[in-house]
Design a binder for this molecule. Sequence first.
Ligand code: HMG
Ligand code: MG
Length: 306
Amino acid sequence: MQIPHRVKLVDVGPRDGLQNEKSPVPAAVKIELVHRLQAAGLKEIEVTSYVSPKWVPQMADAAEVMAGITRQPGVRYSVLTPNMQGLEAALSGPRERWPDEIVVFAAASEAFSQRNINCSIAESMARFAPVVAAARAAGIHVRGAMSCTVGCPYEGEIAPERVAYLAGLMKGIGVQRVDVADTIGVGTPLQVKKAIQATLQHFDLADISGHFHDTYGQALANTLAALEMGVWNFQSSVAGLGGCPYAKGATGNVASEDVVYMLQGMGIETGIDLEKLVDAGKFISDFLGRQPNSRAATALLNKRLV
Ligand code: HMG
Ligand code: MG
C-alpha cells in the first residue's frame, strides 16, 4: 500500500479538546477558535456537541457557537449528536446554521458505552438508528466515532473482532464513515493497524479516519502506521487540547501542529498553513493559561523568539 499524497484533517479541538475543560470557555472564544482554524486552511472542524449539559457542561452553548460561526465555503462543520434530542437541537434553527455532518458515537467496549452514554452497545445502536436516518433524510452526512478500539479504561485490551462487530453495526444503521478511536491513547502501531484492518471489513479506506489520543506518546507513531495502510483522514486537536470526561487521565488528541509538521516533512499535502495553525493553538492556549501541548508548536514559537 502506498502512502497517500494528501491527507484531510478534521480539527476536533473545539469539541474533543474543550469538552474536558473545567472552567467555562465563553462561546465567543470557541467561535474565534473555529475562525482561526478555518483561516489556517482546515476544511473540516468538529465544532461542538449537542449532549446533556448535565454530563458535559462545557458544551451547553452548542447552539450559540453554531449560530456565531461565519462559515467559509468548502468547510465541513460537524457536531456530536447522541440521540434524537441532540439532532433536533442541532436542526432547530435555520438551515444555514445546521451542521454539515453529525457524529454518533459508540464504543467497542461495553463498560465504556455504559459510562459514556449510559447504555449498552446494542442499545446505543437502537438509539442512533433513527438519528442517522433522520440526518440522512435531511441531507446531512453521518460519521460514527468508534471509541476504545484498542484499549478501554475499564476492560483493558480490546480484540479486533469487537471493532469489526461495532463497525458492522455502524454500517448496518447507515453510518457513512467511521473514526477508529484510541480514546485513552494506549495503543501502539501494530494494534492500531489491526483495529483498522478490522474496520476495513465494513468500510472503504476512504471512509475510515484515525482518531488517536496521545496519553502514552504513541499518537504520531499510530498516525504513521495508519498512513502506511493508506488511511488519509485523521482527526487531531489544535494545541493537543483535550481528553475525554469518561476516560480519566486520558490526554488530548494528537496535536494538529505535530501531524501537519510530520506530513509536510513527508511531502504530503494538507492545505494547512502551519504557522497560522500555530497561531490558532497559541490563541486558545493563551486563553486557557498554558503552553500548547504540541512539540512542533513549541519549537516554532521558540524559533519566533530568536
Ligand atoms: P441519559 O441520562 O441516559 O438520557 O443520557 P436521558 O434520555 O435519560 O436524559 C436525561 C437528561 O438529559 C434529561 O434532562 C434530558 O433532557 C437530557 P433532565 O430531564 O434530567 O433535565 N438530555 C439532553 N440534553 C441535551 N442534549 C441532549 C440530551 N439528551 C438527553 N442530546 C446521553 C444520555 C447520551 C444524552 C448522555 O449520557 C450524554 O449526554 N452523555 C455525554 C456523552 C459525551 O458527550 N461524551 C463525550 C463525547 S464522546 C468522546 O469524547 C469520544 C470521541 O472523541 C471518540 C474517542 O476518542 O473515543 C468521540
Ligand atoms: Mg476523542
